[in-house]
Design a protein around this ligand. Structure first.
Ligand SMILES: CC(C)(COP(=O)(O)OP(=O)(O)OC[C@H]1O[C@@H](n2cnc3c(N)ncnc32)[C@H](O)[C@@H]1OP(=O)(O)O)[C@@H](O)C(=O)NCCC(=O)NCCS
Length: 144
């Protein structure tokens, strides 16, 4: 079990993991590779037995952190991996001088909303019909 930053060669595996989770962002391998290479981006991976089973991606700019993508393989869910990724990311951002975090989540995505709430984030706003003109997005955030 290991937390580590994503490397360029991880792009295909991370794209595969997001493809198993309909509620995650879907960047694809090319988008993932671009994000790994982006200087404002931070992506952490969680490995089990040498294989990545979950990741979290954020951007940090001017002290402001936005969580952009998070997914755990279905078979690895409910084992504390999402919470470990999120806690690690928030600690890292705080240590880097970040002062606030924000994200968008589908109002129907109860597991993710429960995870963010457990980590101390609260609802700060709502975007109506944000996802495909249907579901609202909750905006959640916290000061760090
Ligand atoms: C959201 C997600 C990352 C959670 O990962 P995970 O490793 O299963 O989460 P954890 O095991 O660390 O759970 C931490 C907390 O999240 C909440 N949670 C996670 N899965 C849940 C579920 N299926 N139902 C209700 N609450 C859930 C609980 O509060 C849990 O705390 P608890 O174990 O003390 O009850 C995972 O379900 C996932 O990949 N979902 C699809 C992608 C997605 O929604 N990404 C976020 C987009 S904004």
């Amino acid at each position: 079990m290991k937390m580590r930053p994503a490397r360029p060669l991880d792009a295909a595996r991370l794209a595969y993991i997001e493809s198993t989770q309909p509620m995650s962002a879907h960047w694809g391998e090319k988008g993932m590779a671009g994000e790994i290479a982006n200087a404002a981006s931070r992506i952490w991976c969680w490995e089990e037995d040498g294989e990545i089973v979950g990741f979290l991606a954020l951007r940090l700019a001017a002290g402001f952190c936005e969580i952009l993508n998070l997914a755990v393989l279905p078979a690895a869910c409910r084992k504390g991996i999402g919470f470990r990724l999120l806690s690690h990311a928030l600690r890292n951002v705080r240590e880097s001088g970040g002062t606030a975090v924000t994200l968008e989540v589908n109002v129907r995505n109860h597991p993710a909303i429960a995870l963010y709430t457990k980590a101390g984030l609260t609802e700060t706003g709502r975007r109506e019909k944000f996802y495909d003109g249907k579901d609202d997005a909750l905006i959640m955030g916290a000061d760090l």
